[in-house]
Design a protein around this ligand. Structure first.
Ligand code: ADP
Ligand code: MN
Ligand code: MN
Ligand code: MN
Length: 319
């Protein structure tokens, strides 16, 4: 387990400087999605006021347009961000230097130093998200050791992408303080180890009301006719990254087939058991990869289920 040199610095010294008065100035950190569509970068400038606006990347801009078009349906999203902690040598954090931990089984939602690695990081990230106003709603240790998940939502429309991207930035920043790296690679370890996804839970006002199951089923039918398009936009490599993860094993569906079911973790789309029983609520698209762009994923769901797009092409809607 190799951690970075900076993690060994005496962090107590930093507090002395951080306690200095701010002198009426505001340090504004700009965060943006880089050219890979996957990484985040930041830089800081001094302002003498607190700005309110969010800069628009292109992908946010198109997502916003689609969300504006479907605003009357009040689409809600909740995303389950899985990630894996790595040492700076690229090896999973806490794993034996040469070799592997015992097989999967005891780690999911585990407790104990032999079951979960890096809980401090998860806890600090959770708190930092609260402080930043991110709608984080839960967390758990994952099936593969040193893999974790946090959930953000429910968020309406464009808020989903905004909140998840910021939660990711904070994750990378917290990990930096601890000297480890969070990867969103959808399959960081080959073999009998679970991959990392970003399950996307989705509902409209109609689905959340009595009789909503009918609307959920209608949406799933539309999604079933557009499987390839969704796979293409559910990771930054047009489906290539996700093909390592969506094997039909390790609680995933096959990338080649569309499937849906109640309480079925091996399906593309899962209707939660409770939703099936109550007859309304939301459904879960289990296909998006951990490194998906939430603007793109939520936009695709809205296009297919609310704008009734079909086929592989997305329409350009004039203003
Ligand atoms: P799982 O059982 O698949 O692990 P989680 O508890 O991890 O599910 O995540 C559930 C997600 O569903 C959360 O992100 C939550 O915000 C979201 N969610 C809950 N209700 C709704 C809803 N009505 N519409 C959309 N998303 C919802
Ligand atoms: Mn979950
Ligand atoms: Mn999970
Ligand atoms: Mn899930």
């Amino acid at each position: 387990m190799s951690v970075s040199h900076s993690s060994r610095l005496n962090k107590g010294v930093r507090d002395q400087y951080m306690k200095l008065p701010q002198a009426g100035m505001v340090q504004v950190t700009y965060v943006w999605i880089d050219g890979t569509g996957e990484g985040v970068r930041c830089k800081t400038k001094t302002l003498d006021y607190e700005p309110k606006s969010i800069e628009e990347t292109n992908l946010r801009h198109t997502c916003r347009r689609i969300m504006d078009m479907v605003a009357d349906q009040h689409p809600w999203f909740g995303m389950e961000q899985e990630y894996t902690l790595l040492g700076i040598n690229g090896h999973p954090f806490g794993w034996p230097e040469n070799g592997f931990p015992g097989p999967q089984g005891p780690y999911y939602c585990g407790v104990g130093a032999d079951k979960v690695y890096g809980r401090n990081i998860m806890e600090c990230h959770y708190k930092a998200c609260f402080y930043a106003g991110i709608k984080i709603c839960g967390t758990n240790a994952e099936v593969m050791p040193s893999q974790w998940e946090f959930q953000v939502g429910p968020c309406e429309g464009i808020d989903m992408g905004d909140h998840l991207w910021m939660a990711r930035f904070i994750l990378h920043r917290v990990c930096e303080d601890f000297g480890v790296v969070a990867t969103l690679d959808p399959k960081p370890m080959t073999g009998n180890w679970n991959g990392a996804g970003c399950h996307t839970n989705y509902s409209t006002e109609n689905m959340r009301k009595e009789g909503g199951l009918k609307h959920i089923e209608d949406a799933i039918e539309k999604l079933g006719k557009r499987h390839n398009y969704h796979i293409c936009v559910y990771d930054p490599q047009g489906g290539k990254d996700n093909s390592r993860r969506l094997t039909g094993q390790h609680a995933t569906s096959s990338i080649h087939e569309f499937s849906a079911g109640v309480a079925n973790r091996g399906a593309s789309i899962c209707i939660p058991r409770q939703v099936g029983q109550e007859g309304f609520g939301y459904f879960e698209d289990r296909r998006p990869a951990a490194n998906c762009d939430p603007y793109v994923v939520t936009e695709a769901l809205a296009r297919t289920t609310l704008l009734n797009e079909t086929g592989s092409e997305t329409k350009y809607y004039a203003n």
